[in-house]
Every structure is written in C-alpha cells, then in structure tokens.
Design a protein around this ligand. Structure first.
Ligand code: C2O
Ligand code: CU
Ligand code: CU
Length: 461
C-alpha cells in the first residue's frame, strides 16, 4: 500500500470508529473549496452591494493583481429563491465602463433588470432591481460584466461569480445528503509578479486561454467524498474561451441538471463537455472507498489555427475520507421537462469570420441599435446555426432557455442556454419567448468573439 492509500485508509478507519448505530456520520468536516461569501436572500429580498475594482487578491496560493467584486475571485455567491426580488448596487471602481449580466436568468432584460445595454461608467454606481418569477427553475447561474468590447478582458481578469437559485431538486433526499461543491473553472495568463498578461491578436482570434487553471480560486483542490456517500459537483465554466471535457478517474458522473435546471432522470457519463458559460450539476457515487482520483480535463480540439489547449489537465483530486452511515444511490427522478410544442417559425444564423479581426452572425458584426431578430412573445421557434468557420462557437441566448434538437429530430429534455456549434457543423434548438418583452442578445460565449462582433440583438414583443 502506498502512502496515499495508507493515509486515506487510516482516515476511513477513524471515521468508522465514530459511527454509532445508524446515525449519519459526516466524518471530520472539511470546508468547501469555494471560499467566497454567500449573500443569501431573506424575506423575499436580496439586498447587496458589489464593488468592482482591481486589487491584489490571493489566487492559487499566490498574489495576483486582478479585477474582483468586493475583493473576491470568484465574486460573492448570490443565493436566492424563485419569487425573490434582487436589489444589487454595483459600484464601478474600475478605470473603465462595466455593467452586470445575470447569465441564464429568466428575468426581464429591460430597465434596471438584466439589461446589458446599460453602461455604468468608471466612478459611478447603479442599482439593479428586478423580480425573479415564482416559476423560475432552480439551478446554478452566474453574473459577469457585459460591456461590448470589454467582456473578455473583464471576465478573464476575474469578474465572475455564481448565483444559486434554490428549489425542489435540492430537497430530494439523495441530493440533500450529498456533499456539495461549487466548482468555478477559470483560467489565467499571469506573469511572475502576478500581473495579467494581455493576449496577442492571434490569441484573441482563437479566444484567449490561460495556462493557469483554478477551481473556485484554488489550484488542484481536494474534493472529499465518503465511501457509500454522494458528491454533488456544480460546475461553472467561467473561462473566456476554454472548453472542458471533464472526466473523473474510475468514476461515473450522473448528470442531474444542465444550464437551466434539473433534467428528468439522471444520465451516466464518463466524460462531459462544459462550454464557456455553461453549467453542469453531477452526482458522483463513492463506491470505491479509498484513494484519490483526478477530476481532469481531457484533450478537446475546438478548431481554428491553434485548437485551444489540447493537453490533459488535472483540475482537482476526488479523495475518499470517512464513510457514510447509509449507502446512497443516485435518485431515479430529479425534475420534469416537457418538450416544447411544434414551432411556428424557423430562422437560420450563419456564423462567419470577417476581415480586420471580426466575427459575424449572418454577415454582420454587433450593432446595439439594430434589431437583428424580432420575435413574438409566447412564440415557439426553431433556430439553426450554420458554422462557416473552422472553429467551434458556443452560442448563447439570454433570457429564455432552449431545448437542443437531437439527431432524431426531437428536442432534448434539458434546458440549456449555451450550445456548441462545431467548426463547419450545424446545430438546431427550439425556444419559446415567454413572459418578458424587450431587447436582449444572443452571442458566441468565446468572449473575444463576442467582443469582435459575434453578437446580435433579439427583440421580444
Ligand atoms: Cu454569459 Cu451574454 O453572457
Ligand atoms: Cu448570458
Ligand atoms: Cu466564437
């Protein structure tokens, strides 16, 4: 037995000794990997202030001069319930414009809500104020700045944080008993002194990636799992461009939720692709009992001249510690998703690359004052994306989640807000424009591409 096995076996034995009868024994309590504070709503209201600034923070155990909210990278976690009101004051202490977007939220995109057309100039503040519908689905969402031209820079320098919408899925006994970790994946290009290195034009064309990958601000953290217990990993890919093809050595990941909430029945995967902007919620069964297993990113080539980082990276270690007093299994049902009805409209969008470092939707770069797509409230539509470039584009739509149409022509029973359109390939999704009128956007979530024009307006009326 090697040292690591010995250590974890001793821990297991120590854990067992403390079990009395059928009592739940959680083992010595370990802090979660994500250390950012949680701002939790009370009496239907989340009232908080975020100050965006650049300062020295601790990242991966060293000092780095990053953009941050209230001194935290990732920023403070917002925890809300459906039906709550959010009142969030943003102080812009950066030297440039910024604003906030609530990625994946089904809320209004007008006024002081999820309105990315607002700009908060340097030195000013703004209070976002909006309601979350009582029928909003639970899940992991996130906030980040959305000023066209500055998004890749600001997100990749640290401005990103999770939002948790609580709901019925969290009360399913197996899920409630699982050890929960929120994994915010970020990548950084830092020099020896902790300053961010700005990307070259080539790197921006490809979509910037950083060699340093952090998981909720830490370098290769340990995620503890109990023998016979469940580990719930809620993963957010907050990188500007990097794709993650996730795998856990010798363990199956049971997908229980996608971007927009729970799926009907857990689905077992050996690997799961998580695009920039996307979230996945998976359960891992502690059926081995001892040892440490890498949560890793497997090679994935996203096309283009450089392909992105195609090496294998260890992101975290899943390590056994202690034993659950009860054997937990994967629940058989998590949520319910009904297929969207037959669409009344079909549209197609070609994804292209222009001259002078521009990226195009239907031949055009972003213009906030132009209406590119006018949709009617309550309408169901099928959208086709045709990728004429050699590089993958993770396309994202605000406000309304969609169902991806599978190879069989049927909608996938899962709510997503970001979908991969492979280089030279195509994809279709079905969406219903429900509840909110107003102007919003769709765009590539390789944020350099968005900043270089791959974004279009959508007006819901
Ligand atoms: Cu996460 Cu329009 O973005
Ligand atoms: Cu978004
Ligand atoms: Cu793109």
């Amino acid at each position: 037995m090697n040292r690591r096995e010995f250590v974890s076996r001793s821990l297991t034995v120590a854990g067992l000794a403390a079990v009395s009868g059928s009592e739940w024994f959680a083992g010595p309590l370990q802090a979660a990997v994500l250390k950012s504070p949680k701002y939790v709503s009370a009496n239907g209201m989340l009232n908080a202030t975020l100050t965006a600034k650049q300062s020295w923070v601790t990242l991966a155990g060293r000092r780095a001069y990053l953009y941050n909210y209230n001194g935290w990278v990732p920023g403070p976690v917002l925890v809300v319930n459906p039906g709550d009101t959010i009142q969030l004051r943003l102080n812009n202490n950066l030297a440039e414009d910024t604003n906030l977007h609530y990625h994946g939220f089904h809320v209004s995109s007008s006024g002081a809500a999820d309105n990315i057309f607002l700009t908060i100039p340097s030195g000013q503040n703004f209070t976002y104020s909006f309601g979350i519908p009582a029928w909003h689905r639970p899940g992991l969402f996130w906030y980040h700045p959305h000023c066209h031209g500055l998004v890749a820079e600001q997100v990749s320098m640290g401005l990103a944080a999770p939002i948790i919408v609580r709901g019925a899925m969290d009360l399913i006994p197996e899920i409630a008993a699982a050890r929960e970790e929120i994994l915010v994946l970020q990548d950084w290009d830092l020099d020896a002194n902790g300053y961010v290195i700005q990307p070259s034009p080539m790197e921006r064309m490809q979509g910037r990636e950083g060699a340093l990958i952090t998981v909720s601000g830490s370098l290769r953290p340990t995620l503890f799992i109990q023998q016979d217990g469940l580990l719930r990993l809620r993963v957010l890919n907050a990188c500007a461009s990097r794709y993650f093809l996730l795998n856990i050595q010798k363990h199956t990941m049971y997908l229980i939720a996608t971007d927009g909430g729970p799926i009907p029945t857990p689905v077992a995967y050996d690997k799961l692709l998580v695009l920039p902007g996307q979230r996945i919620d998976v359960l891992v069964k502690g059926n081995l009992g001892t040892g440490s297993y890498a949560l890793q990113a497997l090679p994935y080539n996203r096309g283009g001249m450089m392909g992105g980082d195609t090496s294998t990276q260890t992101l975290a270690e899943v390590t056994y510690q202690g034993r659950s007093a009860q054997i937990w299994n994967i629940p058989s049902q998590v949520g319910s998703v009904s297929p969207l009805p037959t669409p009344s409209m079909r549209r197609s969008f070609t994804l292209g690359q222009g001259r002078m470092m521009s990226f195009l939707i239907n031949g055009r770069t972003f213009d906030p004052n132009r209406i590119d797509t006018a949709v009617s409230l309550c309408g169901v539509e099928d959208w086709d994306y045709i990728n004429q470039t050699s590089m993958d584009h993770p396309m994202h739509l605000h406000v309304n989640p969609f169902q991806v149409i599978g190879p069989n022509g049927q909608p996938e029973l899962a709510w997503r807000d970001t979908v991969n359109v492979p280089g030279g390939g195509r994809v279709r999704f079905r969406v219903q424009f429900a509840d909110f009128v107003g102007k919003t956007v769709q765009h590539c979530h390789i944020l350099d591409h968005e900043d270089m024009g791959m974004m279009g307006t959508v007006n819901m009326a």
